[in-house]
Structure formats: structure tokens, C-alpha cells
Design a protein around this ligand. Sequence first.
Ligand code: K1U
Ligand code: ZN
Length: 186
Amino acid sequence: MATREILVIPDKRLRVVSGPVKKIDKDIRALVEDMFETMYAAPGIGLAAIQIGVPQRVVTMDLAKKDDPKEPQVFINPEIVSRSAEASAYEEGCLSIPEYYEEVARPSAVKVRYLDLDGKQREVEATGLLATCLQHEIDHLNGVLFIDHISRLKRDMVMKKFKKAAKRTDGDKPLARDDEPSHHIG
Ligand code: K1U
Ligand code: ZN
């Protein structure tokens, strides 16, 4: 088990559409373990695999109240099969957009089909926080972020702030191969 680094905007990998899990094997089980460790450490109530750079359709979640026993849930290849016409707004956060919270309106109920860790097909009729969190995480699997559901003005402001922060910390990082300058002095 390991805690993995959570990608933060404007990291382009957060815009990748994740691929379906074909076989639930030991690698997927190890990924799920790492996702729970990373999610609990953050701390967060949900995590999509792409947030740790793995483009596979895997989501972990735990909506248990603070001080209550853990309620870990895994959703593999989740898909929304129906959504309510009625919408409700909930203040959302995102581990890939730290310390930014904004209200988002989404369908208040969704039916989600998914595979559990044993490969069994299941369905859940979600309302409340579970409905919000499932929609937020399934968005991640499709390269969509919750700021895509807010006004352009607010989104641009958030992106500007995080782009500036990324530029500041870029100087601290060693160059990756792709970032190496193409011309050298001396
Ligand atoms: O996907 C993520 O980035 C995780 C995100 C899930 C989420 C939160 C709220 C609404 C929709 C989806 C988070 O977990 S943000 C952190 C958070 O909400 C939280 C952290 C600690 C205690 C309670 C909540
Ligand atoms: Zn998120």
C-alpha cells in the first residue's frame, strides 16, 4: 500500500478520458488499496483513479460521518443509467483543486450501474451526497471537473490562480525529459 501524489489543475492528465477496466486482477486490487490510502490521507470522501494519474475507470468513496466506522465503497466502470429531472445544488470540493469550494447543481437522484471488486454487476439508486459524489467522480473519469459546471468567470479565475501557482513551483522541480530545453549554452 502506498499514498500516491494527487494531480492538481492545470495538470492535463485530469482531462484524459479513462478507459474501462477489462479484468479485475491483482493490479486493480493494488490500485484500489493505494486509492483508499491516498483518499483517507488527503482527506477526501471520494477519489477517481485519474487523480493519481491512472486512466482507468475506478472510483473509491467513503461517506461515513467523522468518528463513525469506515464505509469504503468501490465503483468499477460506473455508468449513470438514469437521472432525475429535478436538480439540487450542493457545495463541492475537489482534491485536484485544493481549498476551492463552489455550489454545483446536478440531478438530485441518479441510478448507477457498476462492478464491485468481485466483478459482480450492481446498481445503486443514489440521492443526496452519494448522488453528488458519484456524479463528481464519474465526471473525473470523463475528464470533466466540477469547475466546468460553474460560470466561465469563476472558472477562469480559479484556473488563473492555479496556473500561477504551478509556474511558481515549476522552478523547484527537476526537469522532466520532455521539458528539457532544446538549446544549451556552452
Ligand atoms: O473527487 C474528489 O476530488 C474528492 C472530493 C469529492 C467530493 C466532495 C464534495 C462534493 C463532491 C465530491 C473530496 O473529497 S473534496 C474534500 C471533502 O469534501 C471532504 C474532506 C474531508 C472531510 C469531508 C469532506
Ligand atoms: Zn474531484
